[in-house]
Each structure stands twice: as structure tokens, then as C-alpha cells.
Design a protein around this ligand. Sequence first.
Ligand SMILES: O=P(O)(O)O[C@H]1O[C@H](CO)[C@@H](O)[C@H]1O
Ligand code: HPA
Length: 292
Amino acid sequence: MFPESHTGYSYEDCMATAVWLLAQTAVRPLVGIVCGSGLGGLADMLKDQVVFNYRDIPNFPQSTVHGHAGRLVFGTLKGRPCVCMQGRFHLYEGYPIQKITLPMRIFKLLGVETVILTNAAGGLNQDFKVGDIMIIKDHLNMPGFAGNNPLIGPNDERFGVRFPCMSDAYDRELQQLAMDVGVELGYGDFLKEGVYCVLGGPSFETIAECRMLHKLGADAVGMSTVHEVIVARHCGMRVFALSLITNKAVMDYDSEEKANHEEVLETGKQRAEQLERLVSTMVTRIGHNNYS
Ligand SMILES: O=P(O)(O)O[C@H]1O[C@H](CO)[C@@H](O)[C@H]1O
Ligand code: HPA
């Protein structure tokens, strides 16, 4: 098995996991959802659930972070077959980057065409407020700059090409759909768009780091999502991602504020209902009209 080497699971390993899952559920998901910190309630929206604990799924890592339940939930969302990760994996948990992104390849082999990722993030954009939902339009991959990219290692063309394009990583039609649905639902005041920057974590950023990231063009900062996006795009799935701004990044030496995970989870609770409605309405419209 892979954990000792850093070259990732083989196509056959991923297929074995997908086949194992498909043998135990009749759901054939077209949409895959990843729940961010404190946002696991999204999975509870699925009807006729078939649930797997990560510890029971061959090759799957375990969730170690509070606010990430560690369950893979199959079911339907307003009649649409979906699979939902109630808990994701992060670099700082100590897993190799290929392991934290393994579920994206399994999604692909399950038949998923569209991935919706959510995360909790710190707001760098001074116009953002706690509770805003940011549609991610692009990313800055800081671990990637340091050579930590999930596609490092031998490339298996059955998943995708050696050098995948990332200038179209975030599907523009799905961004427009999110904006349209958000406005329809009356969320216009707290729906934003911007650039997400991933760091390795787990320490939160210093004031100087936040100032630097803001100057570099980041609107929000977090410790996830980007690696999953890269692997999802590599194997040809459409991607939509959003950040819930759970705290304001501290940019000022006079500030008494301190980033903490409890605040992150608490903001998730407060916005859970709107976030769930936004995502579920989007799911019902994907593939129905000009957003397909
Ligand atoms: O990105 P998600 O999984 O939502 O979690 C975010 O919240 C945690 C910090 O509170 C970090 O793991 C950060 O990445
Ligand atoms: O301020 C933050 N920084 C990094 N990750 C985060 N996840 C939620 N908030 C933050």
C-alpha cells in the first residue's frame, strides 16, 4: 500500500475502492460534494442515505479534525444522485498530498461529473464580513510554489494529462449559476467572489503573512480545497468551490482579535442553513439548462 511511498495510489487501487463502494449502494452519483470545517450539515440534506465511515472504506484516510465527521454519504438531493464527503483531509494532518486528494479520483471513478467544494476561510479582503459566502474564481497555491503539488509523481494518462491547464479550474457557468441562485434566494448582500489562497497550516497566519497574501491578490485564506481542485480538474470533472468567511484575517498590530477554530465552527453553524439552500438549489439546476 501507498502511505510509505509518496507516489499515490494506482489507477487499479482507486478502481478497487470505487467498485467496493458501488457494490454496496444503488446510488450512481453525478455530483460530489466536499464539506468544509463545520459545514458537514450539507450531507444531512441527502435523502435515502447510504453511509460509509471512512475507516471502513479500503484505502481511505481517516478524518482527524474537529468539525469533520469522517463519513462518505450517498443519497439524493431533490432527486439528484449525489455523494458527499462529510469531512475532508488536510496537509497538516500529516497525510501525503496524494492521499488527501485520493477521494477526487474515487469520485471520478464513481461517475461524478461535477464537484462542489466548500471550506471555511479567513477573510483578507477588507470589504468582506464574517458570514459572507465567497464564490471562488481562482486560487493561489502556496504549497505548490514550494513543490508540493498532488500531481507530482508518475502520471497515469487514464486519469489525465501530464500538464493540466488551471486557468479554467473554476467553472464559469457554475459561478454564474451560484450568483443567480444566491440573488434569487435573497443572499445578494453576503454573496461575494474572490481568490482563495491555500497554505499548509495548521498554524494560523501572522499579521505580516496576511498583509502579504492580500497584496498578492488573495481575498481569503485557508488550508484546503486547492489540492482537491487540481486533482478533480486533472481527471476532467467540473469544479465549483465556495468559502464561508468564518473570521477576518488579522491585518493590524493594534487588533486584539485572534483566529481560532472554535470561531470557525461557530460561524459555520450560523450560516449553515443558507449555505445548504444555495448548494441544494444549485444541484437541482446543474444539467437542466444552459448551465449544463
Ligand atoms: O478548509 P476547511 O476544511 O473548511 O477547514 C478550515 O478550517 C480549519 C481551521 O479552522 C482549517 O482546516 C481550514 O482549512
Ligand atoms: O483565518 C484562517 N486562516 C487559515 N485557515 C482558515 N480557516 C478558517 N479560517 C482560517
